[in-house]
Ligand binder design. Sequence first.
Ligand SMILES: [Zn+2]
Length: 93
Amino acid sequence: MSHQLTDATHIVMLKRVEKCGYMIVNLVDWNIFSIKWSGKQWAVDLAQKTCTCNKFQSDHFPCSHALVAARERNLDFTSLCADYYKRQKLIDA
Ligand SMILES: [Zn+2]
């Protein structure tokens, strides 16, 4: 995993990843995933960076569903985060 993220962001992300273990992922389209867990269902669009739980687009940070989808695609989690969560941008600021 890349270490571009700030330490705090990285810890939050790892905690979210832990919760993902039991989620069921189905690829709907190239960037669209259906995530099922505990009787609920969400749709994640990795291209638009949206999820039907609304956390992804409001936090500008992947929700646990988006992380599951990213893992399924072997996508770097950091590419889904807004720039201000990344270490390099903080140094530049
Ligand atoms: Zn979500």
